[in-house]
Design a binder for this molecule. Structure first.
Ligand code: NAI
Ligand code: 15L
Length: 264
C-alpha cells in the first residue's frame, strides 16, 4: 500500500502496531484526538476527533487501508461512547465510501458477546449478548460495517478482540489473550488476501483455554502462533482462584457484566 491509516494511534494497540505495521505501506498515517508524538520516517501525524465529519474525511483521503482502533475502549458515559463509537464510526465508513473504499479493520470486542457463559464455545454465528453500553456500541459498529459491505461493497474485517496486551494480566485472559504479534500477523493477512468480504474473526491467540471457534474465517489463513499458556504459572501465582459465582469466572465479558451505567 502507499498509505495506511491507523486511528487511535496514541492508544495501547495503536502504539503496539506502529512499528509492526510499518512494512505494509510506504507511509503510515497516524491519527488520534490525543498526542501521537513526532512523526518518524515514512510517517504522518493527524489530529482528528472522530465525531468531526469534515476532519474524518480529510484524514481518510489518500489512504489505501485503514486500521481503526480509535474510539472509547471501555465502559464510559454514553455521550463519550456516542461521539467516538457511534457518530465516529459512521463518519469513518462514510469517508471510506467517498474515498475509494480502502479496506477497513474494525476493532470490535468480546464485549459484544460478554453475557455468554464461559463454558459456551462460540462461533461467529452465535447471537450477540452485549455486556455494557460499550459492548452495545461495538454491536452497532459490526452492524454498520456489515451494511456498508452488503450495500456498497466495502471490504471490512470485523475483529472481536479478546484482551490484547503485552501479556495476560489475569486468569480470564488465559482464555481471551491476543498477542501483539498475532494481531499484527492478522492485519497483514487481511491486506494480503485477494478478496476480503466482511469476515467476523475472534481476536485471540492460540490459547488452549480459549472460548471461540474461528472455523468460519478459516479461509483467511490466519493461524495465531502465540499462547497464553506460557504465562499460566505466573498468572495463577499472582491471582487467587475467584469464587465460583464471581462474574469474572462466570461470564465471557467478566467484570464488564457488572459495570454500572456511568454518569458524568
Ligand atoms: P485505547 O483506549 O488505548 O486507545 C483508543 C484511542 O482512541 C485513544 O488513543 C483515544 O485517544 C482515541 N480516541 C478516543 N475517542 C476518540 C475520538 N472521539 N476521536 C479520535 N480518537 C479517539 O484502546 P486500545 O486498547 O488501544 O484499543 C483499540 C481499539 O480496539 C478500541 O476500539 C477498543 O475498543 C478495541 N479493543 C481493544 C481491546 C484490547 O484488549 N486492547 C479488546 C477489545 C477491543
Ligand atoms: C475490551 O474491549 C477493552 O477495550 C480492553 O481494554 C479490555 O478490557 C478487553 O476488552 C478485555 O475484555 O479484556
Amino acid at each position: 500500500m502507499k498509505r495506511l491509516l491507523i486511528t487511535g494511534a496514541a492508544g495501547g494497540l495503536g502504539r503496539a502496531m506502529r512499528s509492526r505495521l510499518a512494512p505494509l505501506a510506504d507511509t503510515l498515517r497516524l491519527a488520534d484526538i490525543a498526542p501521537v508524538g513526532e512523526a518518524g520516517a515514512n510517517e504522518e501525524v493527524v489530529t482528528c476527533d472522530l465525531a468531526d465529519a469534515a476532519a474524518v474525511h480529510e484524514m481518510v483521503a489518500g489512504c489505501d487501508g485503514i486500521v481503526h482502533f480509535g474510539g472509547v475502549s471501555v465502559e464510559r458515559p454514553f455521550d463519550e461512547i456516542l461521539n467516538g463509537n457511534i457518530i465516529g464510526l459512521y463518519n469513518l465508513y462514510e469517508a471510506a465510501r467517498t474515498h475509494g473504499h480502502p479496506r477497513i479493520l474494525f476493532a470490535s470486542s468480546n464485549h459484544t458477546v460478554g453475557f455468554h457463559p464461559q463454558d459456551k464455545r462460540l462461533t461467529a454465528s452465535d447471537p450477540m449478548r452485549p455486556d455494557s453500553l460499550y459492548g452495545v456500541s461495538k454491536c452497532y459498529g459490526e452492524a454498520l460495517a456489515s451494511m456498508y459491505h452488503d450495500k456498497f461493497g466495502q471490504e471490512t474485517l470485523i475483529l472481536r478482540i479478546g484482551s490484547s496486551f503485552p501479556k495476560p494480566a489475569n486468569r480470564r485472559m488465559l482464555s481471551t489473550w491476543l498477542s501483539y504479534d498475532d494481531l499484527a500477523r492478522l492485519i497483514t493477512r487481511m491486506f494480503e488476501v485477494p478478496r476480503l468480504g466482511r469476515p467476523i474473526v475472534w481476536g485471540a491467540s492460540d490459547n488452549p483455554a480459549g472460548w471461540w471457534d474461528n472455523g468460519e474465517a478459516g479461509w483467511l489463513g490466519w493461524r495465531p502462533q502465540d499462547s497464553a499458556e506460557a504465562f499460566r504459572a505466573e498468572v495463577e501465582a499472582a491471582e487467587p482462584l475467584p469464587a465460583r459465582d464471581d462474574p469474572a469466572a462466570v461470564y465471557q465479558g467478566g467484570a464488564f457484566c457488572v459495570e454500572p451505567i456511568h454518569k458524568k
